[in-house]
Design a protein around this ligand. Structure first.
Ligand SMILES: *Cc1c(COP(=O)(O)O)cnc(C)c1O
Length: 229
């Protein structure tokens, strides 16, 4: 069968090389998981990524993701990387990790779901370290309070932090943003959470993110080409 993304294996190989090189340059010695962002593409994107050796795929909207995920016959680990509405928290059963826990109200709903199913939901706290008003997530001040509050919420397992850098930011701003997320992870760990993960880096900035300690990169267009939407 013809592939929809014929150069995907080469792109995956090149990105893996760049991830390894960036990790050794950065000096954090972390292994980095590649999350292929399949949003706006059909199920074949995930299937062909799987055939190229990628085991993790990311979607940013539940409504778009669910039918696609149902159409992918291989056991991809699905990540939810975009904003989740509180009335959809039960859909977290289809995802291995929520990258975008971005408010206390969402945390309450996620915790309730985790308690109900008797299995804590793995989540990353989204932090807004660049200070952009349009970006979701916790400010550094809010994070300190939320980190302590979440310790008492056994329906959520906080395994790290996530951030999105501003588009077209300078390298200095990118590094500040990513260092801010690294610090947020430290705040979470200091509060007693098993926070080891750092989800940061997209197609245009993933090498810098990995140099700054990323353990999960979310890459779409560098794998599947530019999106129309
Ligand atoms: C779309 C998206 C990505 C991937 O963006 P690319 O620039 O195509 O790599 C990563 N993270 C989130 C949250 C996204 O919505």
């Amino acid at each position: 069968m013809a592939m929809h993304f014929p150069n995907l294996p080469e792109r995956v190989a090149e990105i893996r090389d760049r991830l390894a090189a960036a990790s050794s340059r950065g000096g954090y010695g972390q292994t980095v998981r590649l999350v292929a962002v399949t949003k706006t593409h059909g199920p074949e994107a995930a299937l062909e990524a799987w055939e190229a050796g990628v085991r993790d795929c990311g979607e940013n909207r539940v409504q778009e993701a669910l039918p696609k995920m149902a159409a992918v016959a291989v056991p991809v680990s699905w990540h939810l990387i975009g904003h989740l509405q509180r009335n959809k928290v039960h859909e977290l059963e289809h995802f291995v990790l929520l990258h975008s826990l971005d408010s206390s109200r969402l945390a309450d709903a996620v915790c309730e779901f985790g308690l109900k199913r008797q299995l804590a939901v793995d989540a990353l706290i989204q932090v807004n370290t660049s200070g952009e008003a349009t970006k979701g997530g916790f400010s550094p001040e809010e994070l300190r309070i939320e980190a302590d509050r979440l310790v008492g919420m056994p329906g959520i397992r906080v395994i790290g932090a996530m951030t999105m850098a501003p588009l077209d930011a300078s390298e200095i701003v990118l590094r500040q943003t990513f260092a801010g997320a690294r610090h947020a992870r430290q705040v979470l760990a200091g509060a007693g959470h098993p926070a080891t993960e750092l989800s940061m880096g997209m197609s245009n900035d993933y090498e810098i993110a990995v140099e700054e300690g990323a353990t999960l990169v979310r890459i779409g267009s560098a794998l599947f080409g530019a999106r129309d939407q």
